[in-house]
Design a protein around this ligand. Structure first.
Ligand code: IVH
Length: 676
């Protein structure tokens, strides 16, 4: 293919990708499966790799730029980025409309109500349709240039659907699920947690390296026009629809009404409903729809007179501290926990709240028996905000952190520069339990059925002492059957899941080992770079730090792990259990067989979930698409297969069972290049 031809094809692919992106992010109406989308991206990437001269800056492959920034440039906003006045209650809302009505000299008011998404305000500048700059609000006058990070947000188009020059404003936020996952991973890898999705979004946008933001699932909704002389509208609502047409995502729950009672009812209706949303909101924004009226009302120094934020009362509750306990984490961190009188808060009953660490415990001066205010910050467990000192009787008991580990009794210490007390006994039972839970967790070895309760049971029964023992459970079926709540079916499923986990790629094993600071992303980078666990653990700090994104903290932590006698013993036993200690060889063997083959999955498979089957196929070089066509090579069908199976039969496409697929894969495993 010639460069010219490649360029044409690339442009076609880009248009297709942009269109599907628009359908997915803006219209919320995708027309192809994720796998099919990934396939389009892969084709474009391959084409651009072959013909580097055809790459354009707005190509969907160019979201993550190569460079790490040295610092942030400033951006002067051509139109001030204002903030909003708050209405704390219904009376404030009535005041707002009364004032607006007076200023509007009796004109009838129409309101647009939007969700107040809890994230960060940003401005996006498009020139002739191309995204040229993205900035934070800053002080409203001058913000910071964070273009490199905003480009990674998938709901921000790099190119609008029409070549207009326009500045738009909106909120970047992190969906709650992404936030919880991020914090779970940070917890596992010993990094400080983000207090809420907003801080997580802010922290992601403040990075100099765009690869970090690209890994965090951020989203944006657009709520206003900024400097935009080319676009003129009569109402705010029309402006929003035009933004949507341009390819920007707008607020999903807009309401227009002229009735103040309806405004109030709509705001109230979100008080409880907000917990059903996939992201946090901290209220609603009420805006006057007519832009001419907005102009007439004008602004104060800080905020417009034509809009107001209706804030929900903070999600806090008062309760009593019944006791303070200390939890020991996977790497031995001691966390004080307040045991509370159960109280309803933000849709759930709260019984425990984190006191984070000794410094915070002392600063807040929380005592057993105290009345306290607790709040949910979207965190994994709620936190104690403050003590209600006025309710003290003098009978409250002070608490001090123990000098020895509550789980194993060994002395606890603080490392220099760290706030947390830690237990340094690697065989501390609390740490062992947490390590096993982490090892088996979904993002690590993904052993279904081996959650906290089962891990605890296995440890208590003496069936396992560490992660490697998990792989000898298959030979102890009878003993497993003796355990409470374990029947034939659950035991066999567990054994099968353990067996399956042996196939997990190297990066998962590395992550599962629970080395401090080695999160999933770091594990992928290291596995990709070194290709084998032995080489990773044998690398000295200079070799490790040569790898992009690996710094001295990670290098030191790996060296620490590698030097431990316990680690060497654990690894030797994991190796003899047959786990993947190398990155590529096994996959290479398989790759030959399914390369270029397209699969469609339908129905329920006996042993594998859809995701697992997809992974198996993809690791062997095949691809999985959503619908059956003439291009489909195989249909993998399980129980209750539906119309896809019928279509496959009509088109004469071979239908495989799970067993057939496994046979194909094991045939590949036996090829000479396969194995360890
Ligand atoms: S309009 C001039 N609409 O709330 C008016 N703001 O407390 C500019 N926010 O800085 C804001 N959702 O970051 C507007 N639908 C929405 C919003 C929204 C969230 C944020 C925004 C603003 C802050 C003010």
């Amino acid at each position: 293919m010639e460069s010219k031809e490649a360029q044409k094809l690339a442009e076609k692919l880009r248009q297709e990708i942009n269109e599907h992106n628009y359908r997915y992010h803006v219209l919320d109406d995708p027309q192809i499966s994720d796998a099919e989308f990934d396939d389009l991206m892969r084709r474009l990437r391959q084409l651009e790799e072959k013909f580097p001269e055809i790459v354009t800056p707005d190509s969907p492959t160019q979201r993550v730029g190569g460079q790490v920034k040295a610092g942030f440039d400033t951006v002067v906003h051509r139109v001030l980025m204002l903030s909003l006045d708050n209405a704390e209650n219904i009376a404030d809302l009535r005041d707002f409309t009364r004032r607006a009505k007076n200023l509007a000299a009796g004109a009838e008011l129409e309101f647009v109500i939007e969700l107040k998404v809890d994230g960060l305000a940003v401005s996006l500048q498009y020139e002739r349709g191309l995204l040229v700059r993205g900035a934070t609000r800053g002080d409203g006058n001058v913000g910071e240039d964070i273009t490199h990070n905003l480009r990674t947000v998938k709901s921000i188009p790099l190119r609008l659907r029409r070549p207009v020059t326009v500045e738009v404003r909106g909120e970047v936020y992190m969906p709650r699920e992404a936030f919880l996952k991020l914090n779970e991973e940070r917890k596992r890898t010993g990094q400080p947690l983000f207090a809420n999705p907003r801080n997580a979004a802010a922290g992601s946008l403040r990075q100099l390296d765009p690869r970090v933001a690209a890994e965090r699932r951020l989203e944006m909704i657009t709520y206003a026009l900024g400097y935009s002389p080319e676009l003129v509208f009569a109402t705010h609502y029309e402006a929003l629809l035009a933004l949507k047409d341009l390819g920007l995502r707008i607020n999903p729950y807009l309401k227009i009404t002229k009735s103040l009672d309806e405004v109030i009812a709509y705001c109230e209706s979100w008080r409880e409903r907000r917990y059903d949303l996939p992201f946090d909101i901290d209220g609603l924004v009420i805006k006057i729809n007519s832009l001419e009226l907005q102009e007439r009302l004008g602004t104060t120094a800080k905020s417009p007179r034509w809009a107001i934020a209706y804030k929900f009362p903070a999600e806090q509750a008062e309760t009593r501290v019944l006791g303070i306990t200390v939890q020991v984490g996977r790497i031995g961190t001691l966390t004080p926990i307040a045991e509370l009188e159960p109280v309803r808060l933000a849709g759930t009953v709260v019984k425990r709240a984190s006191l984070h660490n000794e410094d915070i415990l002392l600063a807040k001066d929380v005592r057993v028996g105290d009345h306290v205010i607790v709040q949910k910050a979207g965190d994994i467990i709620p936190e104690v905000v403050e003590v209600v000192k006025s309710k003290r009787t003098g009978n409250e008991e002070k608490f001090s952190m123990p000098e020895s580990c509550p789980a194993c009794g060994s002395t606890v210490r603080r490392l220099a520069g760290e706030v947390a007390l830690r237990c340094f006994n690697p065989s501390c039972p609390a740490q062992v339990l947490e390590r096993i839970i982490h090892f088996a967790s979904r993002d690590a070895m993904d052993i279904e059925g081996l959650g906290e309760a089962t891990a605890r049971q296995l440890l208590e029964a003496g069936l396992i002492r560490d992660a490697a023992d998990i792989y000898s459970l298959a030979g102890r079926r009878d003993e497993l059957l003796q355990l409470e709540r374990q029947g034939e079916k659950s035991v066999d499923n567990l054994i099968l899941a353990i067996e399956k986990s042996k196939q997990q790629p190297l990066w998962r094993l590395l992550y599962a080992l629970g080395i401090r600071y080695v999160g999933a992303r770091t594990a992928k980078i290291l596995a990709g770079h070194f290709g084998s666990l032995d080489r990773i653990l044998a690398a000295d700090s200079a070799e490790l730090e040569e790898v992009p994104e690996i710094g001295p903290k990670i290098a030191e932590s790996i060296a620490e792990f590698a030097a431990l006698e316990e680690s060497r013993d654990l690894l030797a036993r994991l190796r003899s259990a047959g786990l993947n200690f190398t990155a590529a060889e096994k996959a290479d063997g398989r790759e030959q067989l399914l390369r270029g083959k397209t699969f469609v999955l339908t129905g329920t498979l006996p042993n594998y979930t859809r995701e697992e089957a997809t992974r198996l196929i993809e690791e062997a070089g095949g691809k999985v698409t959503g619908s059956v066509s003439k291009k489909t090579d195989f249909v993998l069908a399980g129980e209750k297969a539906g119309s896809k199976l019928e279509k496959a039969r009509n088109l004469g496409i071979p239908v495989l069972s799970e067993a057939d697929l496994l046979k194909m894969l094991s045939a590949a495993d036996n090829t000479p290049s396969g194995g360890e």
